[in-house]
Write a protein that binds this ligand. Structure first.
Ligand SMILES: [Zn+2]
Ligand SMILES: [Zn+2]
Length: 450
């Protein structure tokens, strides 16, 4: 137990908490004509009109500075009905109907992903939420599409989203079994996020979209950066948090709200009278220690409250990271489509982690004297993460180890938290099978290669 008490700590060297400043009587820092209505940071007090203008300018500058958008582009706006999604949709709508040189030129469609199967919602409730979201989207004149999250499991088949919610009870049960098979909430949340991303990309490709818009704000991106590092997804950080990701298919994923804080989004919605739809998640009403993502979210929320500059520092740091790109399909993870980061190199963090796991599993007697290799007697013992409760029956022709070879480090952690692999998406199992067959073929012909 730590024997240092709060009174013993010298707080002189620590960062000071934000000095809470009153907004009463302050003038707008932009026009200096009217009293401020919103105080974003210590020196950022704006009147309502200037605040809305700043938001619009920020959004357009984000899209405009990289000259990414072209007149023939078709953008798919992923919309959950929540705060950030509603703000993004309104900003896109306002941009498309703007005047003269300020007008954005592209075609936009909206996709809503129904996750009711995982949240155990009744069909009536799912239909009601979907029609609420559709009503708000169609009021702005955008074509509306809805897809159930369970259709992400059939990625090889054509995803055909419609404007009505079509529920397939069999596919819903498959999805629910898959999520339930993961023991920890952290793995469940991570898995859902990957499936959601896969589905959005797959629908985007089906609708021949050139861009996909995600509504993640600065707070959400900072949370994702810290949570991803904790989840062993550091190698894929630039793909998960960058402003623009280029996919192999040529489609680009954009995050135009990444410089907006949660507070800015809330004020933008309030001033524009935008109604949002509240949809519960797996973490709703759970303790902040329920999962790594939930704990990180609370940490970032507290940082934003007391040290707002730190959140943007985290976000900006993530922005500077560059990752390797995988150019071939067999270099990417079968579950998250990120680059495989599991090539074990000398003195790498992965090698150290695997060695530590092996030592914990085998114990001191499992090693040959003076060597770090497992002794022959311990040859049949597999590290903890590789053990499977279904004793090799998890899927015909593919073992847990084979599945792990097709996955990145972060996705291996998800799969390792599952007791059985029966419920994994078919494309993951078939990729694992293909890798095994390819490896065997390579072994057979290696003596004949020059
Ligand atoms: Zn003003
Ligand atoms: Zn992965």
């Amino acid at each position: 137990m730590c024997s240092v008490f709060e009174a013993d700590v010298d707080t002189n060297g620590l960062m000071e908490e934000k000095n809470r400043q009153e907004i009463t009587g302050k003038m707008c820092r932009k026009c200096s004509q009217v009293k401020a209505d919103v105080n974003l940071r210590v020196k950022d007090a704006y009147c309502r009109e200037c605040f809305l203008l700043t938001c619009t300018h920020k959004f357009r500058a984000e899209l405009g500075k990289s000259k990414l958008m072209r007149a023939h582009d078709h953008g798919l706006v992923a919309h959950s009905g929540g705060q950030s999604s509603s703000a993004l949709l309104h900003l896109v709508w306002a941009g498309l109907r703007g005047h003269s040189h300020k007008k954005l030129f592209f075609r936009a469609s909206v996709l809503y992903v129904d996750e009711g199967a995982v949240l155990a919602q009744s069909l009536e409730e799912r239909r009601r939420i979907c029609s609420d979201v559709r009503e708000r989207v169609e009021k702005l004149g955008f074509p509306f599409y809805v897809a159930t999250l369970s259709s992400a499991l059939q990625r090889n088949e054509t995803s055909d989203p419609g404007s009505e919610l079509r529920v397939d009870p069999g596919a819903d049960a498959e999805l629910s079994n898959l999520v339930e098979s993961a023991r920890e909430l952290t793995a469940k949340e991570d898995l859902l996020q990957k499936l959601r991303n896969n589905l959005i990309v797959s629908v985007g490709e089906h609708l021949k979209c050139t861009k996909v818009f995600l509504a993640e704000n600065c707070d959400q991106i900072a949370t994702k950066i810290l949570a991803n590092v904790s989840l062993g997804r550091g190698a894929q950080l630039p793909l998960d948090v960058g402003f623009c990701n280029n996919l192999r298919s040529g489609m680009q994923i954009l995050r135009p709200l990444r410089t907006f804080s949660k507070k800015e989004v809330a004020f933008y919605n309030l001033y524009n009278k935008l109604e949002t739809v509240t949809i519960p998640s797996l973490q709703t009403k759970l303790d902040s220690h329920a999962s790594i993502q939930r704990l990180t979210e609370r940490f970032v929320a507290e940082l934003q409250e007391n040290f707002p500059a730190t959140v943007s520092t985290v976000f900006r740091t993530g922005d500077k990271l560059a990752g390797q790109r995988c150019h071939e399909a067999d270099e990417s993870c079968a579950l998250c489509q990120g680059c495989l980061d599991t090539k074990e190199q000398q003195s790498s963090a992965l090698q150290a982690t695997n060695f530590s796991r092996l030592v914990s599993t085998l114990g001191p007697s499992g090693f040959a004297g003076g060597s770090v290799e497992a002794s022959p007697a311990a040859g049949n013992v597999r590290p903890a993460g590789d053990s499977c409760e279904c004793s090799g029956r998890c899927s015909p022709g593919v073992s847990r180890q084979d599945v792990n070879h097709a996955l990145c480090y972060g996705c291996r952690l998800i799969v390792n938290s599952m007791a059985v692999l029966d419920h994994l998406p078919q494309n993951v199992l078939s990729t694992a099978r293909k890798k095994v067959a390819l490896g065997e073929m390579r072994k057979e012909i290696e003596n004949f290669l020059l």
